[in-house]
Design a protein around this ligand. Structure first.
Ligand SMILES: Nc1nc2c(c(=O)[nH]1)N[C@H]1C(S)=C(S)[C@@H](COP(=O)(O)OP(=O)(O)OC[C@H]3O[C@@H](n4cnc5c(=O)[nH]c(N)nc54)[C@H](O)[C@@H]3O)O[C@H]1N2
Ligand SMILES: Nc1nc2c(c(=O)[nH]1)N[C@H]1C(S)=C(S)[C@@H](COP(=O)(O)OP(=O)(O)OC[C@H]3O[C@@H](n4cnc5c(=O)[nH]c(N)nc54)[C@H](O)[C@@H]3O)O[C@H]1N2
Ligand code: SF4
Ligand SMILES: [Mo]
Length: 691
């Protein structure tokens, strides 16, 4: 641990929700960060980092940074607080936790966290110990990667995918529902290098992203229709003898059932459903069948709708059917988070009691309608008001006078403004973190590089202290972050090798190495080491059966599909306090003309759940019928103080209880310009519903 007055260069690693996990070099002068650059310990990121983290000191030292515990002084949501000491804050929180548990039972306590930007020491660690021992309600962290994760586990048992560094070896790269230029930038130079060697690039995305505009083929399909597209290619491969029969025979199960489900999807029928040309699908299928090594990057854009799980499964089945494994640069990459085979609860020495489970996508429902009611909400590693669907329900829940809300945060987020008690959290530069990656095949140990800012404390410290105050601590609980890190390392694969590599370099490769070839170095982690093309449990879970397509929900009153992709200035909502520029809703010129909307015109984007007021950006980058607002906006980014999540339904995807953000259907109309609400003036009088 560093001391406040120190100067010099320190090694770190970025745990933010990003596939790449950059290794970092942080220059510190007199205990303050002065420069953050990339270093070369993680071979994927090799010195290059994004602008967000280069400017991370604005987040660490900015005006919105929380530096002391706060207690609510004004009305709920008015964001009027008084500073209190840690002792008083922790006593208050511990008292409320035990009073609620005594009176209503542990399930009246709901921890809300996601932890996408957290490593193994700040999520599923001391927090688990506290909430499991309290018998709290459990949160099912479904907001991201749940449908594609369920599909990947079902088909491959989470076999690590093609290393992002190996894309240079591919002759065909298919970027399917991903936008790496924004959301994982280190893939881009690999794609460019492969193309210099003659590789072809196909992008499948309703938007013409930067990569799509440079691609050999861009399939701009309707959102939520990847399933028919993938099934049509599978059907064609199987019916024209282009499938790899020997591979399928030797390494897969469930082919007949997949074949049956793909059977109805001719190119023509898929083309009609996807809103693209049958010839374009045929050309893509031909190219895919003919080219090797061929790799598919499965992004998260595919899963955020009612068909997302089956769509991910069908895309994951493609390289098996076409026989693309066994060569460097051939196969598919989904999340690589399974590379470590890590069981966080076991590492935390804990198991959850079988208390009720609340789906993170439906926290708004839980806060407003659950029986028995939630009485104490503890938010950490998450900004639910900005990032969960059905924002109006989340806000209504936070507004409940009888709900005691603790928000443990780094900055004064939209959610924190509704808290009864706010606890200031350290950033990854101020605490030790053990950082696995879901893209790069790397795990990093990142010690604190500066002392905590103000009175901020780490999750480890706060949850450990709450356990102690509540009499829930046990003698063998890890006391320091170093002990906690050692406990996690012991629970992973070959602990001695991992510990040695982390010690010497700070970055370690998983047991499979950092560039495994599928069916050479790694095999499916299913019980029989085969790819399960039709796992019966997924078929039972999906409402229309596995690979069963559910029609577009488009009601005639709301003809436009709203998608909410990632944006370069934020990581989900993280860093949203640093930009005050109004967001714009992107709309195709034809849709804009039909509504007399010009570029920059203030518009009202609405459906039965609510409305967002913001300027329009008229652009042909979207296909007609699709409009786009960025994910992770804060209230100050729109004229209404509401964001896209007000319009997103809290319905669930077919697998994994996943989010359906992109099943939002809306209408847009011109409106008069209004002044943006000042920060914090997002009041309950903001119109949240049409009626
Ligand atoms: N700068 C930045 N980086 C990030 C993030 C961020 O917010 N900002 N978020 C991080 C997180 S949490 C995640 S999960 C990843 C996400 O990483 P990505 O999956 O790359 O990002 P998304 O923007 O969610 O979606 C990718 C693309 O899917 C498209 N899309 C939308 N609907 C569909 C569809 O139905 N089918 C297809 N084929 N495409 C569709 C969108 O237009 C978008 O271009 O990025 C991480 N990295
Ligand atoms: N409309 C729409 N909404 C979306 C999406 C979409 O595509 N469309 N994508 C979804 C996706 S992919 C994701 S992953 C989610 C992410 O949604 P969230 O989980 O809410 O992620 P963030 O917005 O990054 O918020 C994380 C918060 O945790 C805080 N934090 C970080 N580290 C620590 C720590 O060590 N301790 C404590 N106490 N706090 C910490 C940060 O300051 C930040 O405010 O958003 C989802 N929301
Ligand atoms: S957010 Fe991604 S690109 Fe930026 S520093 Fe972190 S890991 Fe690297
Ligand atoms: Mo995510």
């Amino acid at each position: 641990m560093s001391t406040p007055g120190h100067s010099g260069r320190r090694e770190s690693s970025c745990p933010l929700d990003c596939p790449d996990a950059c290794s970092l070099s942080v220059e510190v002068e007199d205990g303050r960060i002065v420069r953050i650059t990339g270093d070369h310990r993680n071979p994927l990121t090799a010195g290059l980092i994004c602008g967000k983290v280069r400017r991370m000191s604005e987040h660490v030292y900015g005006a919105e940074r929380l530096v002391t515990p706060l207690r609510r002084r004004g009305a709920k949501g008015a964001a009027r607080f008084e500073a209190i000491g840690w002792d008083e804050a922790l006593e208050l929180v511990a008292d409320r936790l035990s009073a609620v548990r005594e009176r209503w039972g542990g399930e009246a306590i709901l921890p809300v966290c996601y932890g996408g930007s957290n490593g193994l020491l700040s999520q599923d660690a001391a927090d688990c110990r506290l909430f499991a021992r309290l018998g709290a309600s459990r949160i099912d962290r479904t907001v991201c990667a749940a449908p594609s994760g369920a599909a990947h586990r079902g088909l491959y048992g989470k076999m690590p995918g093609v290393a992002l560094t190996d894309y240079v070896h591919a002759a065909l790269i298919v970027i399917w529902g991903a936008n790496p230029e924004v959301s994982g930038l280190h893939l881009v130079p690999r794609i460019e290098a492969a193309r210099k060697r003659g590789a072809r690039l196909v992008v499948i995305d309703p938007r013409r992203t930067g990569l799509a505009s440079r691609a050999d083929q861009h399939l701009a399909l309707r959102p939520g229709t990847d399933l028919p597209l993938a099934l049509a290619v599978i059907r064609w491969l199987l019916s024209t003898a282009r499938a790899d029969e020997p591979f399928l025979e030797a390494h897969t199960t469930g082919l007949d059932a997949l074949r049956q489900r793909a059977e109805p999807w001719t190119f023509e029928r898929a083309a009609e459903t996807c809103g693209i040309e049958a010839d374009a699908i045929a050309a893509f299928a031909e190219l895919y069948a003919a080219t090797s090594p061929a790799v598919i990057r499965l992004g998260w854009g595919v899963e955020r709708n009612r068909n997302g799980g089956s769509a991910a499964a069908a895309i994951l089945a493609l390289p098996a059917v076409a026989g693309k494994f066994g060569v460097r640069g051939g196969g598919v990459t989904a999340s690589n988070s399974g590379a470590w085979d890590h069981d966080p609860l076991a590492a935390a020495g804990e198991c959850w009691p079988s208390t009720r489970v609340v789906n993170l996508n439906q926290v708004g429902r839980a806060l407003t309608a659950a029986e028995p009611p939630v009485r104490l909400l503890f938010v950490y590693n998450c900004n639910p008001l900005a990032t969960l669907p059905a924002q109006q329900k989340v806000r209504a829940g936070l507004a409940r006078e009888d709900l005691f809300t603790v928000v443990f945060e780094q900055v004064m987020t939209d959610t924190a403004r509704w808290a009864d008690v706010v606890l200031p959290a350290t950033t990854f530069l101020e605490h030790t973190e053990l950082n696995p990656s879901y893209g790069a095949l790397a795990m990093s140990l990142a010690p604190a590089v500066i002392a905590p800012v103000g009175q901020a404390r780490s999750n480890h410290r706060v949850f450990t202290e709450l356990c102690r105050r509540l009499g829930l601590a046990r003698p063998d609980d890890p006391d320091t972050e170093q002990q906690a890190a050692a406990a996690v390392v012991r629970s992973v694969g070959d602990p001695a090798a991992l510990a040695a590599e982390l010690q010497s370099n700070g970055v370690a490769a998983p047991p499979c190495g950092n560039a495994p070839i599928a069916f050479v170095d790694v095999f499916p982690r299913t019980d029989d080491r085969r790819i399960h093309l039709f796992p019966p449990h997924l078929d039972a879970e999906a409402p229309a059966g596995l690979y069963g397509y559910r029609e577009d929900p488009a009601p005639s009153t709301y003809p436009l599909t709203l998608i909410t992709p990632a944006e370069s200035r934020r990581t989900s909502s993280t860093f949203g306090q640093l930009s005050r520029t109004l967001a714009r809703v992107e709309i195709h010129p034809d849709d804009a003309a039909a509504r007399s909307i010009g570029d920059g015109q203030p518009v009202r984007v609405f459906n039965d759940q609510g409305e967002v007021l913001c300027p329009a950006r008229v652009t042909a980058a979207l296909r007609p019928g699709v409009v786009s607002l960025p994910k992770g906006l804060w209230s100050h980014h729109t004229l209404s103080g509401t964001t896209a999540n007000t319009l997103c339904p809290d319905s669930l995807a077919d697998l994994g209880g996943g989010a359906c953000f992109n099943d939002a259907r809306v209408e847009i109309e011109k409106t008069e310009a209004t002044d943006p609400p000042g920060c914090g003036s997002v009041s309950t009088s903001t119109p949240l519903r049409k009626e």
